[in-house]
Design a binder for this molecule. Structure first.
Ligand code: PEP
Ligand code: MG
Length: 748
């Protein structure tokens, strides 16, 4: 970059900083800034457009256009050249603006006399704040250096905006992070909750975007880069001979970026133009975030994420602001994070009231933990991290996947009504907690709860569940950095049984693979992991872990009854073989002098359609069967349970699926094999009612669902529900849901 551009840019930034230091109002500052930029860059016009709401830009200050247009001229994002700069987050540079596609003439501004146009986005870490424009009468094309210099100025304006330098009258100049914001995300755990934001990683605040001494800033940048490189090298070394290829891949990408000359060169150029080292890092990070939004390729997006993470580390090194800023956890904390692992979530414990993630997925391990704890969780709440500040008032509607940040009073009041109604309903459910789920026609359905952590066990009493119908044992494996020891597992399982105080707990052996990848497991590249080497398939091929787990279960029982079930069995032989392993382990434990369980029941999950058609002998041999509807449904409809696009396409109450469930219930009844349903659908009242109507007598669900399900069952006559179902089936309905809902609505 030419010396002259550098010194001009530094002069310009110096003048901007002086303006910022003066004690003046926001509007005055903006006016002065447009004057300084036009003067310093030798342009006829300089204008600043800021967002007044997420869709609308407003002309907030200008040098060269009609002053009457200030705060009057507005455009939608994408509209006109200014709107296009805002939408694409890319500069537009043209010598002949009126001939450009999308040019919109604004008569009130008097801009018809200006031919050249250069607009750059004012953005900060993915947060679009506005557009900075310079225009000239002559048809000039601004040089790359001029474009770059204007981007640097826009970066400083973004920082100033964040620091509240332009607060004034009107929506466009209102203080940042004060407006009410609504985010629509995905539902990962239902429930409504109110609280205050607690950021998992508080954002770094850059208080000095402009620096006088580029040499000193370069030195600071280089020192921080050195520390960054050595910390990445250390991390890679400490991974040693790890088999976790994914983690190594990420660290290698970190190392590649940390050594990337082009990344460092861009930051050095920013510094030469007058930015401080941290502002230079943030400028490049903002550009990365803008690119991240536009890159559809998941691999490239991941790499941009890596670069973004690395920039965060660099910023923390430069500013000395660690991840732990000492911000106190507010009352009723609602965790806001880009993403979070199950281990970190477990560290926070149950004190969280809710969780909002900018990314995340329904099937993630964190979602499993949140569900187990019944903490409302909204995922994919885009932009929440750029908006939320520690302590902000926040409402999380996990039922609809909606988040209100800094809500207005009326919104908060309506939301509280909703929570109150839910609380009232919970109180109603508490009053039937110790009553059986007995229908009007006299059928009793046993309701059990699903669990996966020791922390879930207190819900056994609170929910009125008869026992634990599914204890997912994988969480103890997922949250460790190595395979847990047999003694550790025996202690945990023993504590679970003790906490259940004699109520039955069905332990499901390790169900890993598919989306549940152990950090220390050698990853297998499979084209379709959900249908790949998972659960019982891994256990039967690599028997060591299964045998160790079975021994831990036997020792944990120590004279108490033990119920074990195997996941993802697809054919009779797999069950026979797994069952035989348990019998052999019992034999072995006996020989070793351990006390055997007083009674052992060996069952299986039914999660693949094939097992529904297994020989009668299979049903006779199984002590019990539990339908894993989440998986069974995905394989029945060939619709990935993690793929939001196809997941909701097929209704659980679809006639074909329901008819298969009925067939399973009939086959179990013929062989007297106890049958339960433990997929998520068991916890949905209408589904649960239909399952009971087609013959199921046991359901296992999230503890919070037991009340609503029991309440509906106790009000229903299953014979009538069965007639409604049969009639709908007879009429060729695709799903029985509309008919059942209509019947239920007629009942009330
Ligand atoms: C199921 O598939 O329905 C089930 C209960 O198992 P998971 O959700 O753990 O796969
Ligand atoms: Mg399953």
């Amino acid at each position: 970059m030419p010396e002259r551009t550098e010194s001009e840019s530094r002069k310009l930034l110096g003048r901007l900083r002086d303006t910022l230091a003066e004690d003046s109002a926001g509007q005055e500052r903006l006016d002065r800034i447009t004057h300084i930029i036009a003067d310093q860059m030798g342009t006829d016009v300089c204008s600043i457009y800021l967002f007044r709401d997420p869709e609308t830009l407003e002309l907030c200050a200008t040098e060269g256009l009609n002053q009457e247009a200030v705060h009057q001229t507005r455009m939608r994002i994408g509209e006109g050249l200014v709107g296009r700069v805002a939408k694409s987050a890319n500069p537009i540079n043209t010598p002949d603006a009126p001939s450009m596609r999308g040019f919109r003439f604004m008569p009130e501004t008097g801009e018809e006399s200006f031919s050249s146009f250069l607009g750059v986005p004012i953005q900060r870490l993915g947060d679009r704040l506005g557009v900075l424009v310079v225009q000239s009468k002559d048809a000039r094309t601004y040089t790359d250096d001029e474009v770059y210099a204007l981007e640097v100025v826009a970066m400083v304006l973004a920082e100033m905006t964040e620091l509240g330098a332009f607060i004034g009258e009107g929506e466009a100049l209102s203080a940042r992070h004060t407006r009410q914001e609504l985010f629509r995300g995905g539902i990962a755990q239902e429930g409504a909750t109110e609280g205050n934001v607690y950021l998992h990683e508080p954002r770094v605040v850059v208080t000095n975007p402009i620096a006088d001494d580029p040499h000193a800033e370069l030195k600071r940048l280089n020192e921080a880069m050195d520390s960054l490189r050595s910390s990445v090298d250390q991390m890679l070394q400490s991974m040693g001979k790890t088999t976790d290829k994914e983690q190594v891949k990420v660290l290698e990408a970190y190392r590649m970026f940390a050594n990337s000359r082009s990344w460092v060169r861009r930051m050095e150029e920013d510094i030469a133009l007058g930015l401080s080292a941290e502002a230079a890092v943030e400028k490049e990070q903002s550009a990365t975030r803008a690119r991240m939004e536009q890159v559809p390729d998941p691999y490239l997006r991941d790499r941009l994420h890596d670069l973004d993470d690395l920039s965060n580390r660099l910023l923390r090194l430069l500013t000395g602001q660690g991840a732990d800023t000492g911000a106190e956890m507010p009352e009723h904390p609602i965790l806001v994070a880009r993403n979070i692992g199950p281990g970190e979530l477990l560290d926070y414990g149950k004190k969280l009231r809710g969780i909002v993630l900018e990314e995340g997925s329904v099937g993630s391990h964190a979602a499993i933990v949140a569900r187990a704890w019944a903490i409302p969780l909204v995922i994919n709440a885009k932009r929440i991290l750029t908006e939320a500040l520690n302590g902000d008032h926040i409402l999380v509607d996990g039922d609809q996947g909606i988040v209100h940040l800094r809500p207005e009073d009326a919104v908060a009041a309506a939301f509280r009504d909703k929570i109150a109604m839910q609380t009232q309903a919970q109180e109603r459910y508490a009053s039937i907690r110790d009553k059986p789920a007995e229908t009007i026609c006299g059928k009793v359905i046993s309701l059990h709860m699903n669990a996966g952590l020791m922390a879930d066990l207190p819900s056994l009493e609170g929910s009125g569940a008869e026992g634990v119908g599914l204890f997912r044992t994988e969480l103890q494996f997922l949250t460790r950095s190595r395979v847990p020891r047999r003694s550790e597992l025996a202690t945990i399982y023993g504590s679970v049984m003790s906490a259940a105080k004699g109520k039955r707990v069905i332990f499901r052996t390790l169900d890993i693979g598919s989306d549940k990848v152990l950090p220390y497991m050698k990853p297998t590249e499979e084209p379709n992991p959900a249908m790949g080497w998972r659960a019982i398939r891994v256990a039967l091929d690599k028997k060591g872990v299964m045998r160790m787990q079975l021994q831990a279960l036997i020792r944990a029982a120590a004279g108490r009854p033990l119920s074990v079930m195997f996941p993802f069995v697809a054919q009779f032989d797999e069950f026979r073989e797994a069952r035989q392993h348990l019998l052999s382990e019992l034999e072995r434990e006996k020989k070793m002098g351990h006390v055997l369980p007083s009674k052992v029941e060996i069952g299986t999950m039914l999660e693949t359609p094939s097992l529904a058609f297994a020989p009668k002998q299979f049903f006779e041999l199984a002590d019990f069967i539990s339908i894993g509807g989440n998986d069974l449904k995905q394989f029945f409809f060939a619709a990935d349970r993690e793929n939001e696009r196809v997941r909701k396409r097929y209704d659980t109450l679809n006639v074909s699926f329901l008819t298969m469930l009925e067939m399973i219930a009939t086959r179990c009844a013929e062989t007297d094999t106890p049958l339960s349903f433990c997929g998520e659908d068991a916890g949905r009242p209408v589904e649960a009612l239909c399952f009971a109507a087609i013959g199921m007598r046991s359901l296992s669900m999230r503890p919070a669902s037991i009340g609503p399900v029991k309440s509906l069952l106790r009000r229903s006559n299953l014979d009538e529900v069965k007639s409604v179902i049969d009639e709908a089936r007879g009429n060729g309905a695709q799903s029985v849901r509309p008919a059942v809902i209509k019947w239920l609505t007629g009942q009330t």
